[in-house]
Design a protein around this ligand. Structure first.
Ligand code: SF4
Length: 98
């Protein structure tokens, strides 16, 4: 199962990678790709602090996607509109039933 973009954390910088609200702060992503993942101390979870800018960083981020024990790291962020409100796909007007 892959991460759901609409559950992304607000601290992620927009781009290909993001972390969702299922992160349990295991530290793996920050160990593997410290250039791109940081800890949000107030919330006790990780977020994407910088999108990869080199092939090496990209590979490490892809490794994190595979390695996160909770599948909390998404890699399809570049296929979404970051202006969409978080959880925005779950709020439908009452007349929109399709
Ligand atoms: S590897 Fe996954 S669960 Fe662990 S800190 Fe990173 S996002 Fe959170």
């Amino acid at each position: 199962m892959s991460a759901n973009f609409h559950h992304r954390l607000p601290q992620n910088v927009p781009g290909k990678f993001y972390i969702i609200d299922q992160c349990l702060d295991c530290d793996l992503c920050r160990e593997v790709a410290p250039n791109n993942f940081k800890r949000w101390d107030e919330g006790g979870y990780s977020f994407v602090s910088k999108q990869p800018e080199t092939p090496e960083e990209l590979n490490l981020c892809l490794e994190v996607v595979q390695g996160c024990p909770l599948n909390a790291v998404g890699s399809d962020g570049d296929m979404h509109d970051w202006a969409t409100p978080i959880h925005g796909d779950e709020v439908k007007p009452w007349w929109k039933f399709w």
